[in-house]
Design a protein around this ligand. Structure first.
Ligand code: NAD
Ligand code: UD1
Length: 313
């Protein structure tokens, strides 16, 4: 099969690319390397890598006219909620306008596509007290990131319904695993934490900045489970035109994550507190009944996933 993975050099995208390549598939990646890294690929010689931005319409049109894809996973985005608060206009260009453009090229040029899978986010639900979040729960975006994710997933569904572009969307909760770039302050919290532990192990005295009191709750899901969910959604007939939460249904707060990592590493990480970030959600946990109806099961608890990740590093 032939796959296009936008954002394929990033965290989720590179894990997906490496898995598909190992299974013998052809993979084309478009990534501007703003967060992703070439080194994330296990074997670059097997990937058709195109360095460029998804907001470059001419580039995306040429990719979508020169290849016929079986599956497209659209993962490229400004992936940080906090980054979107700092850069709302750039976020909108990448996270919404580029998606509309790409869907329109797909409508015109990709007649044999089996599925377009859009990476949306749990952020669309906002901080409404109703938990766990079901796909039918109220949508209360609190940031441009969340507004654009919701708009883009709806556009994908509309292209499915109006133009027969076969599309589905996934609302990822908080994904962690190898290849999550820790270098930006806007990286995922687990990658930043692990980087702090590793640097302390190597003699640097690095403190972790905890925004808020650590009681913020997330539904952390390990990358292996996410890859399983992505393939199920892409390949299932019943997922066509639908949106799926991708989480574990388990709540963990940041204080618990740090306590567990202190145990795994065998020392206490120095933590300094700053005010909670604006636009931050306090509690987020998924209901994944819809995903389970496609045959999904969660294989890794947060503690199993963290242990695997630390071993991998
Ligand atoms: P990531 O930042 O590691 O990956 C995104 C990739 O997109 C990066 O490689 C980056 O270089 C690339 N990119 C950014 N802007 C681009 C542009 N204009 N053109 C081309 N490439 C561009 O993030 P990730 O965690 O792998 O997230 C993948 C997708 O999943 C994103 O759409 C993100 O919003 C979504 N998501 C992630 C999580 C999570 O917990 N990681 C949760 C919910 C949703
Ligand atoms: C994450 C994803 C986002 C996704 C959302 C879905 C990333 C970068 N963000 O956002 O793409 O849409 O889940 O639920 O992958 N924190 C600290 N110190 C730090 C960094 C973060 O205390 O150095 C805190 C944050 O303030 C937040 C929590 O950790 O309360 C989680 O932050 P983050 O990993 O950025 O995730 P989300 O904002 O939930």
């Amino acid at each position: 099969m032939k796959y296009l993975i936008t954002g394929g050099a990033g965290f989720i995208g590179s894990n997906l690319t490496n898995m598909l390549i190992a299974q013998g598939h052809e993979v084309v990646v478009v990534d501007d390397l703003s967060m992703g890294k070439i080194e994330n690929f296990n074997d670059l010689s097997k990937v058709e890598f195109i360095r460029g931005s998804i907001i470059d319409g001419a580039l995306m049109e040429s990719v979508l006219t020169n290849h016929q894809f079986d599956y497209i996973f659209h993962l490229a985005a400004v992936a940080s909620v906090a980054d979107s608060v700092a850069r709302p206009l750039e976020t909108h260009e990448v996270n919404y306008n580029a998606v509309l453009n790409i869907l329109d090229f797909i409508r015109k040029h990709q007649q044999n596509l089996k599925r377009f899978v859009f990476a949306s986010s749990a952020a669309v639900y906002g901080d409404d007290p109703e938990l766990p979040k079901k796909e039918t729960s109220s949508i209360k975006p609190m940031t441009q990131y969340a507004v654009d994710k919701f708009a883009a997933e709806r556009t994908a569904v509309i292209f499915n319904n109006l133009y027969d572009v076969p599309a589905s969307a996934v609302r990822f909760f908080n994904v962690y695993g190898p290849n999550q770039n820790p270098e930006s302050p806007y990286s995922g919290v687990i990658s930043i934490l692990l980087d702090c532990y590793t640097r302390n192990l190597h003699g640097e005295k690095i403190g972790f900045t905890l925004f808020g009191d650590g009681t913020q709750v997330r539904d952390f899901i390990f990358i292996e489970d996410v890859l399983h969910a992505l393939l199920l959604v892409a390949e299932s007939e019943n997922s066509l035109g639908q949106v799926f939460n991708v989480g574990t249904e388990k709540e963990t707060d940041l204080n618990q994550v740090i306590a567990e990592l202190n145990k795994i590493y065998g020392f206490k990480l120095p933590v300094t507190h700053e005010a909670a970030r604006v636009g931050d959600i306090h509690r987020s946990v998924a209901d994944i009944s819809a995903l389970k109806s496609l045959g999904f099961t969660v294989e890794n608890t947060i503690f199993q996933g963290l242990s695997k990740l630390v071993e991998f590093l």
